[in-house]
Design a protein around this ligand. Structure first.
Ligand code: CS2
Length: 494
């Protein structure tokens, strides 16, 4: 059977075993606008909504996807010709082997094509929730206090040119101002990024920006808006050309941007919306009053565990996360990292068995089918580590607890940023401040001080901790002298 190019018109011609929307897509109201339509959003929120639409055909909710950045061009070019349709393929134990076509994304907008279209969509009375996956770095946070930093060029630009914004928060603020001026209510802003208190952080940032523009607008947003916190989870690697070819050859679907993901997924949302919400609880989402403990556990075990495997694995020359996990030295290290250094400062959640949670994580990291990329995990360390690892480090330092493994991960990051792995191969890690990180790592050589002195990552407190700096110094020296494998062998396992 020749492959079918995905679109509304060809849905009926897909192979019969392919699951596709059971609901009428044309009847969906564009009530959710989502900013940042990457693979994760399409494997997570859009799949939950697709489940809900299949179950109860609640036509009140569909998603309009918005890309603000130049790199979103590929999203537009892939999804517009496909009418927003795409295939999701689960991989690993318990996975459904068949692709599934997701129909919840009904329209796609690319802001550089027209800012007004995006602003008016956000300001439209139909818009009830604006959700975000704009990465950990998208929130302009001070690394230690978590307070908004308002001198970023995008923020400065958006405050100076409110009707021609470039950044997410500039768009949101202008749209909220238009809504207020038109007598409409605000939409809920729902962050779906891996940031502790993601809703609270979003609220603080929005209110601080609104205050600068118009204190009345600030008060209106504070009184009427909503910013629920949420914990999101589904490991979703970057799609490769081999994945596209597999979807075409094995499943007869021509899809410019299919999504590969694991069978597991979890979403815990604070039930605080100001303009209604989909009945998420009907499709396995946990609605709760307090998301924080779930977020903490997930960020500090899963995301931090990922970073640990990523930087150490990268130095050893591994390309995929599951490959790192097949090596006992690394597997024992990450288990020790979670058990000895992270868990002691974690407050549990009633009903969550932490030991079981960690076992599941080890299985998920070890999933050989998912082929998650070490490069994906290692990118953007400057915004990930302050959220994933440094809070645990600070708490352990304050408690006088063990931090040797954490410091080894930070040393591995520093060494990786210097640009060469243990085999002498050049490595390049994507990061908005890659140049600075690399310069400092190289300038220091065996001395981590220049690297640790980057205050936008480590704040001003950590470089002053001699316990911390000395441990990173020893770890860096060990990595330089005997390499990552022997360093891990010396530490031993859990
Ligand atoms: C990863 C996350 O980017 C990272 O470093 O840890 O993307 C992770 O795969 C997701 O948060 C899983 O929910």
């Amino acid at each position: 059977m020749p492959p079918v190019r995905l679109s509304n018109a060809t849905l009926h011609a897909l192979p019969s075993q392919v699951r596709r929307p059971a609901y009428d897509r044309s009847g969906l109201s564009p009530a959710i606008v989502h900013i940042g339509v990457g693979a994760f959003h399409r494997a997570h929120q859009a799949v939950y909504l697709d489940d809900l639409l299949d179950t109860c055909a609640d036509g009140a909710w569909g998603i309009v996807g918005v890309g603000l950045l130049p790199h979103d061009l590929k999203m537009r070019d892939a999804l517009v010709p496909q009418d927003g349709l795409y295939a999701v393929i689960e991989r690993g134990p318990g996975a459904d082997p068949q692709p599934r076509i997701i129909g919840a994304l009904t329209r796609v907008l690319y802001a550089p094509d027209g800012a007004e279209a995006v602003l008016e969509t956000l300001a439209s009375p139909e818009t009830r929730v604006v959700s975000l996956t704009i990465t950990e770095g998208g929130y302009y946070l001070d690394p230690k206090s978590g307070a908004p930093v308002l001198d970023h060029p995008d923020i400065v630009h958006d405050l100076a040119h409110p009707s021609r914004p470039v950044g997410t928060f500039g768009y949101l603020l202008e749209a909220l101002a238009r809504r207020r001026d038109r007598g409409l209510d605000p939409f809920t802003v729902q962050s779906c990024d891996n940031v502790q208190g993601n809703g609270d952080v979003t609220r603080r940032l929005m209110l601080a920006l609104a205050e600068k523009r118009d204190p009345g607008l600030r008060d209106w947003i504070e009184a009427k808006g909503a910013f629920p916190n949420s914990m999101v989870d589904r490991i979703t690697p970057a799609t490769t050309d081999a994945d596209r070819a597999m979807v075409r050859d094995a499943h007869a679907i021509e899809d410019a941007w299919p999504v590969m993901t694991e069978p597991f997924r979890q979403w815990v949302i604070e039930d605080a919306f100001c303009a209604g919400r989909p009945a998420w609880e009907r499709v396995g989402v946990q609605m709760t009053r307090d998301v924080r403990p779930y977020e903490t556990i997930k960020l500090r075990l899963l995301n931090a565990g990922h970073s640990a495997i990523g930087y150490l694995g990268l130095l050893a020359g591994f390309g995929h996360i599951h490959e790192v996990m097949t090596d006992d030295l690394f597997r024992r290290f990450v288990i020790g990292f979670m058990d000895e250094e992270v868990t002691p400062v974690l407050k549990g959640v009633p009903g969550i068995d932490l030991a079981g949670y960690k076992r599941t994580l080890v299985d998920r990291f070890s999933n050989p089918e998912i082929r998650d990329q070490v490069a994906r995990i290692c990118m953007d360390g400057s915004s990930k580590l302050p959220k994933f690892i440094l809070p645990t480090l600070r708490e352990q330092l304050a408690a006088g607890g063990p931090t040797g493994r954490i410091c080894l991960v930070i040393a591995a990051w520093c060494r990786a940023m210097a640009g060469v792995d243990d085999g002498g191969t050049a490595v390049r890690i994507g990061d908005p401040i890659a140049g600075l990180l690399t310069d400092r790592a190289r300038a220091g050589g065996r001395d981590p001080s220049p690297f640790l002195g980057i205050t936008e990552v480590f704040g001003s407190d950590l470089p002053r901790s001699t316990v911390f700096v000395d441990q990173v110094r020893r770890a860096l020296a060990s990595l330089a002298d005997i390499g990552v494998r022997q360093t891990l062998a010396r530490i031993g396992g859990a």
